[in-house]
Ligand binder design. Structure first.
Ligand code: 5RP
Length: 237
């Protein structure tokens, strides 16, 4: 019996490793959320164990990231205790040619934007399926909303031309509840022609904590691909 290795998993592993390899000893590291970043966290732990990396501290962007960091032996700190974040590694749901992103597939985009946005270098790790010409073409936009404001915020999003849908739990009845105790509306927009403007317009609606548009934040996008049957990692130009 031959065991096929899932190519998407392979791309995620390679790109996670490539990002972890860029971290230098002594750094404060923003730890993103999601299945691709999980590999980066695992490889950071491997480097600490092997001694090729020393004296780093992680700032987790979610409960998931903090559990993984503890599992792989990465010491954690908080935004109260550091002056700066040297590097952040995080995944994305869509990446456009200007390195703008949609994030929030894991409902963690509010904390991710705080941590990734404070980093001197923000590295995005994706497999090639995440590349799009225009944001919103494959993935609805996640929006974190205070529970009491779900109805008025849904109406306001509809007025902007979006179709909001309350994200429901898997193996949990009822809506997804974020690490902050809020809910997520996934809003489909016909097209997002001006991400910077939509990001601000949405965040101006009372009751919205933050939306998953990350405009002008990413410094480096590493893309995992399969070429001639082999996984490779390339950097977006
Ligand atoms: C979580 C995120 C994730 O980074 C994004 O959903 C990508 O996840 P994955 O690497 O599992 O595809 O934004 O809120």
């Amino acid at each position: 019996m031959t065991t096929e290795i899932d190519p998407v998993k392979l791309m995620k592993q390679q790109v996670g490793k490539a990002a972890a390899d860029r971290v230098q000893s002594g750094s404060i590291v923003g730890l993103g959320t999601g299945s691709t970043t999980a590999y980066a966290i695992q490889f950071l732990g491997d480097r600490l164990k092997s001694g090729s990396l020393t004296d780093i501290k992680g700032i987790p962007t979610s409960f998931q990231a903090s559990v993984l960091a503890k599992q792989y032996g990465i010491p954690l700190t908080t935004l109260d205790d550091v002056d700066a974040i040297d590097i952040a590694i995080d995944g994305a749901d869509e990446v456009d040619p200007q390195k703008n992103l949609i994030k929030g597939g894991g409902a963690a985009h509010t904390r991710e934007k705080i941590v990734d946005g404070l980093a001197t270098e923000f590295i995005v790790v994706v497999d090639s399926s995440k590349l799009v010409d225009r944001l919103g073409s494959t993935f609805p936009l996640p929006i974190e909303v205070l529970p009491i404001a779900i109805t008025p915020v849904s109406k306001a999003i509809a007025q902007l031309g979006g179709k909001p849908e309350l994200r429901m739990g898997v193996k949990k009845d009822g809506p997804v509840i974020t690490d902050q105790g809020n809910m997520i509306l996934d809003a489909t927009f016909e097209q997002i022609s001006n991400p910077a403007e939509l990001e601000k317009t949405l965040n101006n609606i009372p009751g919205i904590l933050d939306n998953g548009l990350f405009v002008g934040l990413a410094n480096v996008v590493l893309i995992g691909e399969i070429k001639d049957g082999e996984p490779i990692v390339r950097e977006m130009e």
